[in-house]
Design a protein around this ligand. Structure first.
Ligand code: SAJ
Length: 445
């Protein structure tokens, strides 16, 4: 065994015989499912998070992520395969580390990779030769090579020899009953071929399909293409809605008919705006990186401009509908139905409903909301953050109290026929009332 292959051959053996200890940093909707999958596959897993309540829950055998059954956590904690801790010194005992930390935007809309840097510094502080490090957090192309690699090579360690480094984008789709961690193909790009091989060998033990690519930057770009593709096409669908409105054409009918094309088309739908912690944010990581290279990513910028303008467009739709009834927005009672970023989830991050409610309040409307998943919501009115609460149960009388009811998030739990029967005016931004025959109290995007 040569000096250069000592560590790679030892790690390959440990992966093969499952004696490798796997570390997961960040126990959210990406890290926890991954930790449980490795533990269920027979690896000892050291699960690390700064949040002591997550660590305590896991060590007590409890899951806090809907997609991870508590029974699975109980099983791997009781059989000693999974242990959680807030202590990064535990990294000294692990052979492979997956970094699954958040990559949000700063208020300035610039990337915030501080969680990645912090995790990398903890790894460097507890470095043991022979470790494999895989970054999973969505980030701009170059992060692995320019931010992680230098920190791990400091002190003379060499990637591909003394440690192994790769990027593998997370593709978790929370709440998706069909596609779960084990059956979503996983792209992996290593700093060297040996890095790619070792990361591929490890992930192949828990994920059915692993796709090696030529570099970490390639793998980082794959993820950004996937989500930029959505943001740009959603932006186009939103502009299509604006154009169809000016043409007096039903945009929903147009998209439904176009979707009959059996090839070369994929439907996207207009809506009240772009929410979630992925789609509105990931493309801006890419456009930010290109700006540092003096290039303007025009599709991303235009899509972001259109998508972020949709809450204002919805406000105008509501104002116009009230105006047709000689009611000013100011003083009108408006109920927003559904405030999460998409239907049937409990997540309000970047939800356009927050912007729509803030805009209604800023125009003097008496705005309230109902959402079965969200008891209270933080909004900002006149730059002051305030908490508002979901109104109580919907009743016929309650609905009739409002001058306008606006469907912003089309939860499947709502009975839209019943709502249309009792709302004096219903503004539908999700085509949730498509099955209802034409009614004069319904306005659609
Ligand atoms: N939206 C539209 N029109 C559409 C589709 C979505 O307005 O045609 C809106 C949604 O209401 C939401 C936002 O865009 O506010 C994002 O929706 P999304 O369907 O993209 O859902 P996300 O944010 O949960 O995206 C995740 C992503 N998964 C990962 O990044 C691993 C995305 O790549 C998936 O394609 C998506 O789930 C999915 O298909 O469920």
């Amino acid at each position: 065994m040569s000096e250069d292959t000592r560590y790679s051959e030892e790690l390959a053996r440990k992966i093969e015989d499952r004696s490798a200890v796997v570390g997961i940093i960040g126990l959210g909707y990406v890290g926890l499912p991954l930790a449980v999958e490795f533990a269920k596959a027979g690896y000892r897993v050291v699960a690390i998070d700064l949040d002591g309540s997550k660590v305590q829950a896991l060590n007590e055998g409890r899951s806090y992520i809907g997609d991870v059954p508590t029974s699975d956590v109980q099983q791997v904690v009781q059989n000693g395969k999974l242990h959680a801790t807030t202590g990064f010194e535990a990294l000294r005992e692990v052979d492979a580390i997956s970094i699954c930390v958040p990559t949000p935007l700063r208020k300035t809309k610039d990337p915030d990779i501080s969680y990645i840097v912090s995790a990398t510094e903890s790894i460097a502080d507890n470095f043991r030769p022979g470790q494999l490090v895989v970054l999973e957090s969505t980030t701009y192309p170059g992060t692995t090579d320019e931010v992680i690699l230098p920190r791990l090579e400091a002190g003379g360690h060499k990637a591909g020899v003394d440690f192994f480094l790769a990027f593998s984008p997370e593709r978790v789709d929370p709440g998706n009953p069909t596609y779960v961690t084990a059956n979503i193909p996983k792209v992996i790009g290593g700093v060297t071929p040996t890095c790619t091989q070792l990361a591929t060998a490890l992930y192949s033990r828990v994920i059915a399909t692993v796709i090696p690519v030529s570099s970490p930057a390639t793998a980082e770009m794959v993820k950004l293409l996937e989500n930029t593709f959505r943001a740009v096409n959603i932006g186009m669908a939103n502009e299509l809605a604006i154009m169809c409105s000016k043409l007096g054409i039903d945009v929903w009918e147009v998209i439904e008919a176009a979707a009959t094309k059996p090839f070369g088309f994929m439907p996207f739908y207009p809506g009240p705006g772009l929410g979630g912690h992925c789609i509105p944010i990931d493309p801006l990581y890419l456009s930010w990186k290109l700006k540092t290279l003096n290039y303007n990513a025009r599709f991303i910028e235009l899509a972001s401009e259109i998508n972020t303008s949709m809450p204002e467009y919805v406000l105008d739709l509501v104002a116009d509908a009230l105006n047709d009834q000689a009611k000013p927005l100011r003083g009108s009672r408006v109920l927003v139905l559904g405030v999460t970023y998409k239907r049937d989830v409990e997540d309000v991050r970047e939800s356009p409903a927050i912007d729509i409610i803030s805009l209604l309040l800023s125009k003097g409307a008496r705005a309230e909301y109902h959402d079965p998943y969200i008891k209270t919501l933080e909004i900002s009115e006149h730059a002051q953050a305030e908490q508002i609460a979901s109104i109580g149960d919907l009743t016929e009388d309650k609905l009739r109290e409002y001058d306008a009811v606006v469907i912003v998030t089309d939860h499947t739990t709502y009975d839209y026929g019943w709502i249309a029967d009792h709302a004096r005016l219903l503004v539908d931004t999700r085509n949730a009332t498509k099955h209802l025959k034409e009614r004069d109290n319904i306005r659609r995007l």
